[in-house]
Write a protein that binds this ligand. Structure first.
Ligand SMILES: Cc1cc2nc3c(=O)[nH]c(=O)nc-3n(C[C@H](O)[C@H](O)[C@H](O)COP(=O)(O)OP(=O)(O)OC[C@H]3O[C@@H](n4cnc5c(N)ncnc54)[C@H](O)[C@@H]3O)c2cc1C
Length: 476
C-alpha cells in the first residue's frame, strides 16, 4: 500500500482524530508538521504552547508506534508535493481547521497538486458539527444570534467522536527533518519563556484527559462559580482545545455521559456545554464571515471613532492601568498565558470603553499573549465586548471594574495573587510578572491603585458621548 502523509496542524491527539485514523487505515503513515508563514504569523505564547503539544505528541507517537513527527520548514504548497513524490504517497490527510489562513493555504496547495497523483483529504473533528451544517429556518442563512444557534445545535446533536482503533504502521525510511530537541517556535519570547515554563500546565493528550476527568468531578459547582476568578471553577481546557490535544466531540460525549450518570452534576455540565457551543458559534461566524477576525462584523461600525495606539494603551499592555482587576488579569496573562473569562471581559471593556481604543489593538495583544489563542473565539469575544459583533453586548453596557471585582473576587484573593503591593500582598505569582518583563520595561515597583471614582465616571461618560455622536447601527 502506498504511504500517506498526515499533515498535523492543531490536532495533537490519538483519540477522535479522523485524519490520523484514515491515514493509518490506508497504509504506512508519515506525520508531518510544517513551520510555515502562517505559523510564524501567530502570537508568541500560542507558538510556545503549540511546541509543547508537538513535543508531547511526538514522544507519545514514538512510545506507541516507534516513529516521530517529521518537522520541516517551508510552505505547504512547496514542501508537501515534493515530499509525496519522494516517499511515493498518494494521499495527504488533514483535520480541517477552517480559519482563513489555513483555508488559503489549502487552496494554494490544491492548485499545486493539480495534475499530480497526490490527493488532499480533509476530515472533520475540530468542531462539534460541520460549520455550515446549521442554517436558520428563515431563509437558510447563517445564524447571527447565539440562542437559536445553540438550540439548533442541540437539536441536531453534535457529531459523534471517531472511535476507530488505530493500527499505525510507520514509514520504513522517513526523510530527515529538523531536530525536535533544538526546535524553538517562539524565540521572540525572550525572558518571558522561563516564566511561562515555570507556570505551564502539563501539556499533551494524557494531561488533557486528566484535566477533563478532574473537571467533571467538580462540575457540579460550574454553573454557580464559573465567573469567579478567585476559584478553580472552570475546566481550564481551552489551551488543550486550541492545540487539539482533546477534541470537542470527545469532550461533549464524556460530559453528557457524566451528566447522565451523576444528576447532581447535570446543571453544571449543561452550563459547560453551553460554553462549548459559544466556541462553536465563534467558528460558525468566522467561517461564514472571515472578516470577523479583522473588521467589525457590523460594517456600520467601521466609522466608529476608536482611538489609535496611545500611552494609555501602552500602560494597558503593561498591566499598569492602576485598575486592580484589569491589571491583575493582564499580569496573569503575561505570566501564565491564561486569563479567566470574566477578567478578559473586564480588561477588554476597559480598553474599548474607558480608553475608547480600537478593539483590534486589544485583540492583537491577546493573540500574542494567550496560550489558548483561537482566532474565532478571540475575534468574536473582542467584537462582543466592543459592541460591533453579532449578538454583541450593547455598547452602553460598560463594565465597572470595581463592581465586577467586588462581585466576582469578593475577598480579593485573585487580585492579591497578581498584584504586588495590593493590600500589602506579595505572592510569588505577582513577583513572577516582573521577571517576565523585557528589558526597558521599568515597572518593577509595587502596584498603585488609580481607580478613583472620578476616573471611572469620566471614562464611562466619554465612551457614552462617543457612542451618542455615532450613527446607531441598524439592528441585524
Ligand atoms: C476578549 C476575550 C478574548 C478571548 N479569547 C479567547 C481565545 O483566544 N481563545 C479561547 O479559547 N477563548 C477565548 N475567550 C473565551 C474564554 O475566555 C475562554 O475560552 C475561557 O476563559 C477558557 O477557560 P476554560 O477552558 O477554563 O473555560 P470553561 O469555562 O471551562 O469553558 C469550556 C470551554 O468553552 C469554550 N468557551 C468558554 N467561554 C467561551 C467564550 N466566551 N467564547 C468562546 N468559547 C468559549 C472554551 O473552549 C472553553 O475551554 C476570550 C474571551 C474574551 C472575553
Amino acid at each position: 500500500m502506498p504511504p500517506s502523509i498526515l499533515w498535523l496542524c492543531r490536532d495533537f491527539r490519538f483519540r477522535d482524530n479522523a485524519a490520523l485514523a484514515a491515514a493509518a487505515a490506508a497504509g504506512p503513515v508519515l506525520p508531518v508538521f510544517l513551520i510555515d508563514a502562517a505559523l510564524r504569523a501567530q502570537g508568541a505564547a500560542s507558538r510556545w504552547r503549540l511546541q509543547r503539544a508537538l513535543l508531547a505528541f511526538d514522544a507519545e507517537l514514538r512510545r506507541r508506534h516507534g516513529t516521530g513527527v517529521l518537522v520541516l520548514q517551508g510552505e505547504p504548497w512547496d514542501i508537501l508535493p515534493a515530499l509525496a513524490t519522494r516517499i511515493g504517497a498518494w494521499s495527504l490527510h488533514m483535520n480541517d481547521w477552517p480559519d482563513p489562513a489555513t483555508i488559503a493555504a489549502q487552496q494554494r496547495l490544491g492548485r499545486a497538486l493539480a495534475g499530480t497523483a497526490l490527493r488532499l483529504v480533509l476530515h472533520p473533528g475540530h468542531l462539534l458539527a460541520h460549520p455550515r451544517a446549521l442554517r436558520t429556518g428563515a431563509g437558510g442563512g447563517a445564524y447571527r444570534v447565539f440562542t437559536p444557534f445553540a438550540r439548533a445545535l442541540r437539536a441536531i446533536g453534535p457529531d459523534r467522536p471517531d472511535t476507530r482503533t488505530l493500527r499505525l504502521s510507520p514509514l520504513a525510511d522517513p526523510p530527515p527533518g529538523l531536530a525536535l530537541d533544538r526546535l524553538d517556535l517562539a524565540p521572540d519570547l525572550h525572558g518571558g519563556r522561563a516564566v511561562l515554563d515555570r507556570h505551564a500546565l502539563p501539556a499533551g493528550e494524557a494531561a488533557a484527559q486528566a484535566r477533563l476527568g478532574d473537571f467533571l468531578d467538580r462540575a457540579a459547582g460550574y454553573a454557580a462559580q464559573r465567573d469567579r476568578p478567585d476559584l478553580n471553577a472552570t475546566s481550564g481546557l481551552s489551551e488543550h482545545l486550541a492545540v487539539g490535544e482533546i477534541g470537542p466531540r470527545d469532550l461533549w460525549a464524556a460530559a453528557t455521559a457524566r451528566a447522565k450518570a451523576d444528576p447532581a452534576a447535570s446543571a453544571g455540565i449543561a452550563a459547560f456545554l453551553t460554553e462549548l457551543i459559544w466556541r462553536e458559534f465563534a467558528w460558525h461566524l468566522l467561517v461564514e464571515c472571515p472578516r470577523l477576525a479583522q473588521q467589525p462584523w457590523r460594517p456600520e461600525w467601521a466609522d466608529f471613532p476608536w482611538q489609535g495606539d496611545s500611552a494609555e494603551l501602552t500602560r494597558w499592555r503593561r498591566a499598569d492601568t492602576g485598575i486592580a482587576l484589569v491589571d491583575a488579569g493582564l499580569r496573569e496573562m503575561r505570566v501564565t498565558g491564561r486569563m479567566h473569562n470574566r477578567v478578559r471581559m473586564v480588561a477588554a471593556s476597559w480598553l474599548t470603553k474607558h480608553l475608547l481604543a480600537d478593539w483590534r489593538l486589544g485583540l492583537a495583544h491577546f493573540a500574542d499573549s494567550l496560550t489558548d489563542w483561537d482566532p474565532a473565539a478571540n475575534a468574536m469575544n473582542w467584537q462582543w465586548v466592543a459592541g460591533c459583533g453579532p449578538d454583541a453586548a450593547p455598547f452602553f453596557r460598560i463594565f465597572n471594574p470595581e463592581r465586577q471585582a467586588a462581585q466576582f473576587d469578593p475577598r480579593g484573593r485573585y487580585r492579591r495573587r497578581w498584584l504586588l503591593g495590593w493590600q500589602g500582598a506579595a505572592g510569588a505569582e505577582a513577583r513572577a510578572y516582573f521577571d517576565s518583563l523585557p528589558p526597558g520595561w521599568d515597572l518593577a515597583r509595587a502596584w498603585q491603585d488609580r481607580a478613583t471614582p472620578e476616573r471611572l465616571a469620566q471614562g464611562r461618560a466619554r465612551a457614552l458621548k462617543a457612542h451618542a455622536g455615532f450613527r446607531q447601527p441598524p439592528d441585524h
